[in-house]
Design a binder for this molecule. Structure first.
Ligand SMILES: [Mg+2]
Length: 290
């Protein structure tokens, strides 16, 4: 045996967990799901929350920028609605048929002798549907999703059963965030906080790591979102920007497609333990980490 081979064999694998975002990371942006998600969020804001159509583009942009997701932002500025209803409206009508089984990615994942976990801001139903469509549902140990980080929904408007009609309506305490940012020198300090826990908040990532018992210093984090990559880096994760060929600040690697994984990071296959075929016992669906 060559000295180099021997040296590699006694080296410890650098990572013991691979943490994957789901949407636009495990399948390409060109599938069209992201465009439909945005359209459905805007329709929800108009139809269910009664927001004026002319305000939607600015509002979506400001909420997404300041709160991580439009949903988190809507809750912060005073709208209340049922989380499950929101998710089924936004994800229920997506063109899931555009997602096809991905045997290339499946075989890459199954050949990796490292723990693999999904971390998405989306809800559990969406995550499982996407993984099933891609034929990847048995490739992951678990899913950290919206419900994992937000297990309790204490609605401010639905405490009283008689208030059911009030759900989704405009609350008296609503904040005019468009007005706020139209002021000279307006910043995000002083904006109300959201009760929703989601990426790219560093505390949300830390909470997810803790729940799934993941050591950030031994984990590689795959994401298509630059700001999620940057937050991931700040909490100690090594990072892979997916969908771009150029690295950005905070990204240790960049992959045009997740399919390029083996060429870009061959060391992932140089483990100090034998490869595991898959996760026995998790055949029907990947368990949600709660
Ligand atoms: Mg994504």
């Amino acid at each position: 045996m060559e000295y180099g081979d021997l040296y590699r064999q006694v080296q410890r694998q650098k990572y013991d967990c691979l943490l994957f975002d789901l949407d636009d990371t495990l399948y390409p942006l060109s599938s069209g799901l992201a465009t439909s998600v945005l359209k459905n969020i805007q329709d929800y804001m108009i139809e269910k929350l009664g927001i004026e159509e002319s305000k939607i583009p600015d509002l979506c942009n400001l909420l997404y920028k300041n709160y991580g997701t439009t949903m988190a932002g809507l809750r912060a500025i005073g709208y209340d609605f049922d989380y499950d209803e929101y998710h089924s409206f936004v994800h229920g009508r997506l063109p899931y048929e555009n997602l096809k089984p991905d045997p290339v990615l499946r075989s890459l994942l199954l050949s990796l002798p490292i723990r693999k976990v999904i971390f998405t801001n989306a809800d559990k139903i969406h995550a499982i549907k996407v993984l099933r469509r891609l034929c990847l549902e048995d490739c992951f140990e678990g899913i950290i999703c919206f419900e994992t980080l937000n297990p309790f929904h204490k609605s401010t408007a639905s405490d009283d059963d008689d208030d059911i009609e009030f759900l989704g309506s405009r609350q008296p305490s609503n904040i005019d965030i468009i007005g706020h940012f139209s002021q000279p020198n307006a910043g995000s300090s002083g904006l109300p906080k959201t009760p929703i826990v989601c990426k790219p908040s560093e505390s949300a990532i830390e909470k997810a790591l803790k729940i799934a018992n993941i050591d950030p210093h031994r984990t590689l984090f795959f994401e298509d979102s630059v700001r999620n990559i940057q937050s991931g880096k700040l909490v100690g994760l090594d990072t892979v920007l997916v969908g771009k060929s150029q690295r950005v600040k905070g990204a240790d690697y960049a992959l045009e497609s997740i399919h390029n994984l083996r060429e870009a990071i061959p060391e992932l296959w140089e483990a100090d333990k034998p490869a595991e075929a898959n996760y026995p016992g998790v055949t029907v669906e990947t368990s949600v980490i709660a």
